[in-house]
Write a protein that binds this ligand. Structure first.
Ligand code: BMA
Length: 872
């Protein structure tokens, strides 16, 4: 850039522009100008000014719904030097405006924004003057706008999006979940949600750099670098003499390739060859060397007038959907289908991970540190993939940068979710521009391995009653052309190096049901969605790739207590219901608890057991779908994170604390998984009665060990033992069936152990539901140790078998973190909990009844109560 951009960040003010009749605008808001920020939004500016209460707390959300009905104005003043005006082009640049906004300079309109997911660049030069200038961004109510578009193009169905009454979010290009979702509040904000600035330049500038890796193996790699440039004037003779130079540096900063070209067209392509490249791999499959691509635009005098740096990874990616036949039900018969395998550098990757939703209802609050922390949490839980779900946004570059560094694969949905989207104008052009813009912006990231057209938008038209017969009967547009024509075309034009899939779920053809078992990817929602369906039902499914299945659980205690005042801490209180956005979420949670437990009376116990239940459900499913490899090539559960404090399907709650589920999947996703599951389950859900040990070796080295399987009782006595060597090839699976008569009574269980296992790498299988098991009373012994690194260690032993021992240290201090949870113990085993906290914790605190908890105690207290009742 010839001149430093003028950053428009701090000096903003915000005021209410217009409130429709009936909007309950507090008097304190009218006529005032408050300090504002860019990036920022109306909600967060009002919050900082103390004019609204935190919408994440209690029932406050409901008191803020007027905000989304109003128009708002952001204003700022900035100084322009004469040199700026001397450049051929001066532009007001917005990386993100949320959503419908008129932009004016010195009282004259310079442009209209209509899409939150689009970068905007408006010509500002004719309106600017030397010295002080005013910039105004007038945001119109997105609700009013959505209804207007709906009137123009006609109503289209949307899916159930939680407890707020439906609004036509499919009529406006704003992150859908901001309208409220079945885990998210309705906080219809607006604002300058990504950075804004004034840029001045002459001759030419780089708009995007698209480095497409078309070949990468150990001998050489080919990167086709497409440089999209803007010229100051389309027939500018000067620009014809502009040179574009691309230089590639290896991870040690040594130049490995260089090409240049004269800028003749808007895009110049230069092919770079790298000898003996260092390949980029997903985490768990190799390293993540990043090369630096430096692109420079030079004027005829050889002066650099613009430059862009991109970090790229040399790797190829493909989606294998070859027809195949496999013994998927483990019962002998070959089933026909098609694979759904992500291959990086030709190597099939078993994808383990979760779905990502916006980490905050106000995404501009997600700082670099917070992004990294969240993604680290995914990595620490042994995930290698996150799916950026289509009801949110195309995330900030920081997100993908970090995934590139860490080798965390990204599945990116286009931002279309759970709705029929009209193909008419103005939506068509907005979605088209958005798709081109985001593919161009994100295609340098090696971590991004697949683009997917939508979330459930095709499935809905096959299976959801709310969608009626829109696909077959009504002849209304519903979005098919986006998924089957527009998005594939955008990728063909801008990035043919990456696979595309029309939707999640989708089966590869409109002639098949999109949620088919044998083809494409699947969502499994019958456990959560159908009355009376136990989570053992996960075992009756045989997906090729599972991109969603979920089970709710409460947030951790400190998060819950921040959001729900003490007097409201009951399962069905108004505030608890408010902090579960699924219409019958609280009720479903308790019903699903009944499958394994008697529902306890105290709220504390309910929260504890519901958290355990969530973890057990998703780990059961995750381990089963890994056991189904190679038939199944991936398992992503719903959902990694939350955007506010809520009971939801997440593994990490709205304040960023890991729930018990997170600890559960950390075990289920470890590279070498040993698990006990039924030897087979028929697709109708019948367990064949026999058990098996499954080993999934998601590792590049063979796995050789000695396996011991024991039949045991709750005193920890071994009733029977089997032992045999195992050898599992790299990235392979093995099933070892147990004798048919190794299913036994309520107070027995099966334990599998490996000789060389580390930590508590054991697999357990309890034959019965918890309420049928006579857990023994525990007499735990403890030692607390202070560690040199400032942490503490609590060591716990037991005299009897203990199930799901948890150390809920965040009940004592909200900053406390513990390294493991849900530990099963045999008599004499040690549970070693490492604790990190900004305060020293005492043994008395750590062994409190509500802190050190296990299933034995809760289930026993229930059976004590029921036997007391029987006596009475
Ligand atoms: C899935 C998602 C979300 C939703 C979740 C839980 O289908 O795609 O739309 O939040 O289910 O119901």
């Amino acid at each position: 850039m010839s001149i430093k951009p003028i950053i428009l960040a701090d000096n903003w003010s915000l005021s209410l522009k217009h409130a429709p009749e009936g909007a309950e605008v507090p008097e304190t808001i009218r006529g005032v100008k408050i300090p504002a920020k860019a990036p920022g939004s109306v909600y967060t500016d009002l919050l900082v000014a103390g004019l609204i209460e935190d919408p994440y707390v209690g029932l406050n959300e409901l008191k803020t719904h007027w905000i989304g009905k109003c128009d708002w104005v952001y204003e700022t003043e900035f100084h322009v030097e004469a040199s700026v005006l001397g450049e051929a082009r001066v532009e007001a640049v917005f990386d993100g405006l949320d959503t419908i906004a008129d932009v004016s300079i010195n009282g004259q309109k310079i442009g209209l924004a209509e899409n939150m997911h689009l970068r905007y660049r408006f010509d500002a030069k004719p309106y600017l003057r030397e010295g002080a200038n005013q910039l105004t961004v007038h945001f119109y109510s997105c609700m009013v706008h959505a209804y207007q578009v709906e009137q123009e193009v006609g109503e289209r169905p949307i899916g159930g999006i939680g407890t707020n009454e439906p609004l036509p979010y499919n009529m406006i290009r704003k992150m859908a979940c901001n309208f409220g979702w079945d885990w998210g509040p309705r906080l219809l904000t607006c604002g300058i949600w990504r950075p804004a600035r004034i840029e001045a330049w002459s001759t030419a500038r780089v708009q995007d750099v698209r480095p497409l890796v078309t070949k990468a193996d150990e001998n050489d790699a080919v990167v086709k670098v497409h440089v999209d440039c803007d010229r100051a004037e389309s027939h500018d003779k000067q620009a014809d003499h502009v040179q574009v130079v691309c230089t590639l540096y290896d991870p040690d900063n040594r130049e490995v390739a260089r090409r240049d070209a004269a800028l003749h067209a808007d895009t110049e392509m230069m092919e770079l060859h790298v000898d003996k490249p260092r390949l980029w791999w997903p985490i768990g499959y190799g390293d993540q060397p990043l090369y630096r691509l430096h692109v420079e635009v030079k004027d005829p005098a050889g002066q650099a007038i613009d430059c862009v740096d991109k970090r790229i990874g040399l790797r190829t990616v493909e989606l294998n959907i070859e027809p195949d036949a496999q013994p998927y039900d483990k019962m002998g018969g070959l089933i026909q289908g098609e694979a759904f395998e992500i291959k990086v550098n030709g190597q099939r990757v078993y994808c383990k991970g979760a779905n990502w939703i916006p980490d905050d209802c106000f995404p501009h609050r997600v700082t670099t540190d917070r992004y990294r922390r969240r993604l680290d949490q995914a990595i620490e839980a042994n995930m290698n993939m996150v799916r950026v779900w289509g009801g949110g946004t195309y995330e900030d570059d920081i997100f993908y940068d970090y995934c590139d560094e860490k080798g965390l694969l990204v599945w990116q949905d286009f931002c279309m979710a759970c709705a029929c989207y009209p193909e008419e104008q103005p939506l068509w052009s907005l979605i088209e521009a958005e798709a081109y813009d985001n593919v161009a912006r994100l295609c340098s990231h090696p971590s991004l391995v697949i683009w997917v057209g939508s979330n459930e938008c095709i499935w809905g038209t096959f299976a959801w009653s709310a969608f009626g017969d829109i696909r077959t009967e009504e002849k209304l547009t519903w979005g098919e052309k986006y998924y089957l024509e527009l998005f594939p075309k955008v990728l063909k034009d801008l990035d043919p190096s990456r696979p595309y899939w029309a939707s999640s779920p989708y089966s590869g053809s409109m002639d098949r049901h999109p949620n088919d078992n044998e083809y494409g990817n699947r969502h499994i929602w019958d456990v959560w969605g159908s009355e009376g369906c136990s989570y053992y039902n996960y075992l009756s499914h045989y997906p090729r790739f599972l991109s969603e299945f979920g089970f709710q659980g409460p947030p951790t205690w400190p998060t819950l207590s921040r959001a729900i005042p003490e007097q409201e801490r009951q399962w069905f209180s108004e505030t608890s219901l408010h902090h579960n956005k699924h219409k019958s979420g609280q009720e479903r949670g308790l019903n699903l608890l009944r499958d394994s437990f008697v529902v306890p009376e105290s709220f504390d116990d309910q929260v504890f057991l519901a958290s355990i239940n969530q973890a057990r459900a998703i780990t059961l499913g995750s381990e089963w779908y890994r056991a189904l490899s190679p038939w199944c090539s991936g398992v992503l559960f719903w959902q990694l994170n939350d955007c506010w404090p809520v009971s939801s399907w997440s593994a990490i709650d709205g304040d960023g604390r890991p729930k018990l589920l997170w600890y559960g999947v950390q075990k289920s996703f470890r590279p070498r998984l040993m698990t006990i599951k039924p030897a087979a389950v028929t697709p109708s859900g019948e367990d064949v009665g026999q058990l098996a040990v499954y080993l999934h070796n998601d590792h590049h080295e063979p796995w050789a060990d000695t396996l011991t399987i024991c039949k045991m009782n709750l005193q920890g006595q071994t009733l029977d033992t089997l032992s045999r060597p195992i050898e599992v090839e790299p990235r392979d699976n093995q099933r070892i069936c147990l004798p048919e008569d190794w299913t036994a009574g309520p107070d027995q269980f099966i334990l599998a152990e490996l000789d060389q296992a580390v930590d508590d790498d054991k697999a357990w299988w309890f034959h019965k539901h918890d309420y049928e098991i006579n857990y023994l009373e525990t007499d735990l012994k403890y030692v607390l140790r202070d560690e040199k690194d400032g942490g503490q260690t609590l060591i716990v032993t037991s005299n009897v078998v203990v199930r799901d021992l948890c150390l809920l240290a965040d009940r004592i201090c909200e900053s406390a973190e513990v390294d493991q949870q849900m530990v099963n113990l045999l008599p004499g085993d040690l549970a070693i909990f490492r604790i990190y906290c900004n305060k020293h914790l005492t043994l008395d605190e750590l062994t409190r009844e509500d802190v050190l908890r296990c299933i034995n105690t809760v289930v026993r207290s229930q059976s004590d109560k029921s036997s007391a009742l029987q006596h009475a």
